[in-house]
Write a protein of this length. Structure first.
Length: 102
């Protein structure tokens, strides 16, 4: 069966991911999952900043970083430390951060 046929016959999103990126635990799937998490964080950050009616520059000033770093975060182009995530969301945007491990 070709990849196109497998994709067409997939019954769940997880099956689609398995076909496109490999099973969980493979290098390509791990890379996909990591990039997905960067994207989610970047979108949440961008939305929270816009709701706070702040520019990237204003947020950067408030949390003691550079506008270019906020921009890279919002574009999913860099990694973020947990302490920085808390500082931006809680200190800069007044949002509460909750982590769930499953």
């Amino acid at each position: 069966m070709t990849k196109k046929e497998k994709l067409k016959n997939a019954r769940s999103f997880d099956e689609l991911l398995d076909i496109d990126f490999g099973k969980i635990g493979t290098k390509s799937r791990d890379e996909y999952e990591q990039q997905s998490q960067y994207f989610v964080i970047s979108e949440v950050l961008k939305e929270a900043r816009q709701q706070a009616n702040m520019t990237q520059e204003q947020l950067a000033e408030k949390v003691g970083t550079k506008k270019s770093y906020i921009s890279r975060l919002e574009n999913g182009k860099c990694d973020i430390q947990l302490s920085t995530l808390y500082r931006i969301f809680e200190g800069g945007l007044g949002k509460r951060v909750n982590l769930i491990f499953s």
